[in-house]
Every structure is written in C-alpha cells, then in structure tokens.
Design a protein around this ligand. Structure first.
Ligand code: NAD
Length: 260
C-alpha cells in the first residue's frame, strides 16, 4: 500500500508531460492518492483531461488563478466530487515574457511586476484560503514550487526572483496561519528543468549547463525526483515539516563558489 493511500490531492499546473506537476502527479498516483486536476483555459482542457485519464481520475476543473470567481468556483465544483481533501499542489508560475529577457531593469514595469507577483505568489494564498474549509483538520498539506532566484541574484530570472521571494514568505505565513488546523505548507526549490515555463527564461539553457557542470551531482534534476519529494512532503511521512523550502537541485544551492 502506497504512503498516500486514502489521500485526495488537487493538482494545478500540468501543461505537458514535462511539467513538474506531472512528475508530482505520477508519484502521488503511484503512492495511492486519488487525484483531481485544474486547467487554466479551454485550450489546455484536453491536455489536462488526458493527464487525468493517465492517472485514473475523471475530475478536471477550470481555474485561471488571475480570476477570483474561478478560484471560488473551483472549490464549489470540487465539493460535488469530494466532501474534503488532503493535498493542494500549487505548481503555477508566470511573468510576462519580456520581463525574463535582458537585465533586471531593462523590461521592469509596474505591470510586469504586478502580473508576476499576482500569478506566481498571490495565487498560492488565494487558493489556500478558498480551499481552507475543505482542507482543515485533516493533517493535510499544501505544496508549491520555487527557485533559487528567490534568494540569490541570477542573470535573466529578473522579476520572477522577486515573485519567488514573495512566494517563499507566503509559505511561512500560510504555515503559521494554518498549522493550528493541522495543515502543513512547504515549498520545493527545484533545480532547472526544461519545461514550457522554463523556455520563457532567455538564459535558461546556460543556467542548465552551468548546473550540470558545477552541481555536486554533476547534473540537474528530473521531474520524477521532484515528484518523489513532493509526494513525501504531502504525506504523513513528513508530518513534522512545515514552513520549509526543501532543495531538490542536485546540491547546487549549497555551493559557495562555482567554477573555481
Ligand atoms: P510548466 O509550464 O509545465 O507549468 C507552469 C504552469 O503554470 C502551467 O501549467 C500553466 O498553465 C500554469 N499557469 C500559468 N499561468 C496560470 C494561471 N493564470 N492560472 C492557472 N495556471 C497558470 O512549467 P514548470 O517548470 O513545471 O513550472 C511549475 C512551477 O515550478 C512554477 O512555479 C515554476 O516557477 C516552478 N519551477 C520551475 C523550475 C524549472 O526549471 N522548470 C525550477 C524551479 C521552480
């Protein structure tokens, strides 16, 4: 019997089989969780339906996190399938493409800053708030995905680094707020992985090569490796961990100096 047997998990952020959310869904399914999925627009619906089918689920619900009404409706719709649930996976990030080209100040605008923070950080707290009545007092877990650019200045990551810093603070405040009702909140800081979102970062290929050359394991990580840690962090095996950022990055983040 898998270590997520009996748990129900709502997974956001599947855009393709390369998505980190796919790796997480795969591990959670293997460990016995029942899954439900969201898609952000009609264009993505078929793809997410297909993913759900792969993971033995027939629950796919719309949710563009830019829209308050869609966040609210998501849980009204989910309540028709489940009377409560245990795991919320937030695997969503977005910044306007031009903000991830050039240097930090080159394409910095109030609009780019606002969109990056809204979609990549605010959405975590908004989903957690709307999910709260269905998740409270079940030893549940919320998981999000962050990146080293939250705490180090990395070329090309730009305003997304600020949004991820906000996301990591969000994890701590949510963990503090929801702990008394037994809900844990953690983040995985993943090493670079070639996904659709990553393709938006101008320097991404160079970042990946740099990690492959310098990380202690001399490679980056896979969505399977992130998925396994995600499944652990959302299971009762990690019942003492909350408010943390766990690195799944082949050891890169602990290096002091690279290439010397
Ligand atoms: P991905 O493109 O597969 O997933 C990003 C997801 O965000 C997509 O499914 C997309 O539909 C969703 N999304 C964007 N705007 C949305 C909106 N308004 N409403 C609802 N959903 C929306 O890429 P990924 O790399 O799997 O990204 C998942 C998470 O992992 C992101 O937060 C990303 O920043 C983070 N992350 C990625 C890497 C990497 O190198 N790929 C490293 C560390 C962290």
């Amino acid at each position: 019997m898998g270590f997520l047997h009996g748990k129900r998990a709502l997974i956001t952020g599947i855009a393709s089989q390369r998505s980190i959310a796919w790796g997480i869904a795969n591990a959670m399914h293997r460990e016995g969780a029942q899954l439900a999925f969201t898609y952000p627009n009609d264009r993505m619906k078929d793809r997410v339906d297909e993913a759900a089918n792969t993971f033995g689920s027939n629950i796919t619900l719309p949710c563009d996190v830019a829209d308050d009404a869609q966040i609210e409706n998501l849980f009204v719709a989910l309540a028709k399938h489940w009377d409560g649930f245990d795991v919320l996976v937030h695997s969503i990030g977005f910044a306007p493409r031009e903000a991830l080209q050039g240097e930090f100040l080159d394409n910095l605008t109030r609009e780019n800053f606002t969109v990056a923070h809204d979609i990549s950080s605010y959405s975590l707290a908004a989903l957690a708030k709307a999910a709260r009545p269905m998740m409270a007092n079940r030893n549940g877990a919320i998981l999000t995905l962050t990146y080293l650019g939250a705490e180090r200045a990395l070329s090309g990551y730009n305003v997304m680094g600020l949004a991820k810093a906000s996301l990591e603070a969000n994890v701590r405040y949510l963990a503090f707020n929801l702990g008394p009702e037994t809900t844990r909140v953690n983040a995985i800081s993943a090493g670079p992985i070639k996904t659709l979102a990553a393709a938006g970062i101008a320097n991404f290929r160079k970042m990946l090569e740099h990690v492959e050359e310098h990380a202690p394991l001399r490679r980056s990580v896979t969505i399977e490796e992130v998925g396994n840690v995600g499944a652990f962090l959302c299971s009762d095996l990690s019942s003492g961990i909350t408010g943390e950022v766990i690195y799944v990055d082949a050891g890169y983040s602990m290096l002091g100096m690279t290439g010397v």
